[in-house]
Design a binder for this molecule. Sequence first.
Ligand SMILES: Cc1ncc(COP(=O)(O)O)c(C=O)c1O
Length: 392
Amino acid sequence: MKIDTAKSATFSEKAKYKVPFGTVSVTKEARELISQALDSNWLTRGKFVQEFEEQFAALFGVKYAVAVSSGTDADALACAVLYDYGARRGDEIIVPALTFVATGNAVLQAGFTPVFIDIQRETLNINPEKIEAAVTSRTRAIMPVHLMGKPADMDAILRIAGKHKLHVIEDAAEAHGAEYKGKRIGAIGDMAAFSLYAAHIVTTIEGGIVITNNPEMAEALRSLRNHGIVGKFEFRRVGFSAKMHELEAAVGLGNIKIFDRILEKRRRNLLYLIDKFKRFEKHFVTIKEEPHEKIGPHAFSIIVREKAGFTKDEFVAHLDNAGIDSRNLFYSIPTQCPSYAFLGKKPGDFPEAEYCSSNGTHIGIHQDIELKELDYVAQVTEEFLRSRGIKL
Ligand SMILES: Cc1ncc(COP(=O)(O)O)c(C=O)c1O
């Protein structure tokens, strides 16, 4: 079954797209498990959630996984674990300026202050050269985001974290299956938070999960998702209500079975489109894969170059008219999200993040997209460039 679940479009809107932004795969096995869960009469967190956590941890090569209600909760709970390690409310967590707004929101929801750092246009990830200058006596963690499934520079991040005794929490929401120097993303920092929203490779429709090799952190996460519970009915942390239920876990268990197939298809699509866009290199910066990494593809980012002679909006309108759905390449959270005005940052403080946001878009490369549709994307892009008088 093919269900398009692009976050902000309605079903009637989506019908118009030949190349939709999102998709979700609910397997036959998931349907059977959902029926079993319904019949079992136990629908809140139970054996399916536990089984899902064990399989997810094994898939990512770590000891523990704690399933929660969303990727945002996964981020927030991972941050809140730091209170067990001496952090105080209002302490700082370093995050990239360009990311889905949930990263910043989660840091705030956990009671910390996000300290935003500019990103690199070519990688879309936090600029490691700018991190150290932002470390203060109140910094507790660095939280890199592997945007679009492209790994952040983890060697540099771990070096700075080690030097200043900071924790590293990976926001791996978009990076299922990504690898950095032979290691799967999620197994590198102290904890990694994943979204299991429908757009991602492993999905429970809505959901999230935190993975770690640290047993105390795993225990704290289990407590935090359930109101800060310890033991039977004692509440010792400022907890969240962020539990996953059995029906979600059933979808996730079915989905893990086809993880390799989805990852392979998305990687095929990504590498194919990277190759197709080489011809347009003078006009767009697109996501690239380096020899030391494997991208766990989320979507395909396209940034209009400075001297392209056309705007992102003109390009996006052309894609839209041709039935190719897209999303803005997120925002520079501190300077382009009005809800963050309280931080007192001003336009120009995060030039690369702001540039990517103002000039960048991203389109789908998910498992229900075939090569002929990617050929179509390339053809529509070529038509657009020719319509602007550009010779290829
Ligand atoms: C980088 C990043 N962090 C956090 C989230 C939040 O995930 P959710 O929508 O499951 O809350 C997302 C969403 O996909 C994301 O892209």
